[in-house]
Write a protein that binds this ligand. Structure first.
Ligand SMILES: [Zn+2]
Length: 246
């Protein structure tokens, strides 16, 4: 759940580490072991289409189910998975400038990076999502990042704003939740604010991503054809998103 598409600093550190191993030959056997165990942790989900790297079989299984849910939600809109999606569950995912975050989609590596469930509570503290059932929130977080991945595979024109990039991920994240959980999110806001006609924009996204998320779901769910809104985003056509100010 980040607007960022950059490779996480964690990834860069790891990559830098690999380069340094050329000189640090004494450490090579140890690093090789780490690399092998990491590769071994990546598994393809039953039914194919999703590859998950995680420490435990339970985490992989959970991520697989959430990813399949995201694939189903988009397939209802005739937005299909074009190639297997990769998920990496990590103890920490960092924003290049803002420190630890829930997750992000790395468009260069085409991998969804998700903070592992054991480290989510600390990130949730003080946010409007802190009161949500932890497991339901975590499932929706994976849906969010997988939606980014599938939209990325189908994008005909790159999103010109962060708002255009995040709208489908937030709308479907909240759509993926059980109704009772979704209610907990929506009831925080006045209905008139959620259905406001103000264009979705990067300023609201930046200052209040939780409100942006609730509005995105409300707008998507109320649309005569929500799927067409998502397909419009793939074509770079979305009248409901404010144009880039850059
Ligand atoms: Zn996002």
């Amino acid at each position: 759940m980040s607007t960022r598409s950059q490779v996480s600093p964690g990834f860069l550190l790891a990559f830098g580490g690999w380069r340094r191993t050329a000189a640090l030959t004494a450490l090579a056997p140890l690093l090789l072991c780490l690399a092998v165990s990491d590769v071994a942790a990546q598994k393809r989900c039953a039914g194919g289409a999703v590859d998950v790297t995680a420490d435990t079989a339970e985490e992989r299984q959970f991520a697989c189910q959430a990813a399949v849910h995201a694939i189903e939600l988009l397939s209802r809109c005739e937005i299909a998975l074009r190639q297997p999606i990769k998920l990496a569950i990590r103890p920490e995912v960092r924003h290049p400038l803002n420190g630890p975050i829930f997750g992000s989609f790395d468009t260069r590596g085409e991998v969804a990076l998700i903070t592992d469930s054991g480290h989510i509570s600390a990130l949730l503290k003080g946010t409007p999502y802190a009161e949500l059932p932890r497991q339901e929130f975590y499932r929706s977080l994976i849906v969010h990042e997988v939606v980014h991945g599938i939209m990325h595979q189908n994008m005909l024109r790159p999103a010109s704003t962060h708002a255009a990039y995040e709208y489908p991920a937030y709308a479907l994240q909240i759509a993926s939740m059980p109704e009772a959980v979704r209610k907990l999110i929506l009831q925080r806001y006045k209905p008139a604010d959620l259905s406001s006609e103000i264009l979705f924009n990067d300023v609201i996204l930046f200052f209040d991503p939780y409100f942006f998320a609730a509005r995105a779901y409300t707008h998507f769910a109320a649309a005569a054809d929500g799927c067409e809104l998502l397909r419009g985003l793939l074509r770079g056509e979305a009248q409901f998103i404010a144009p880039s100010m850059m």
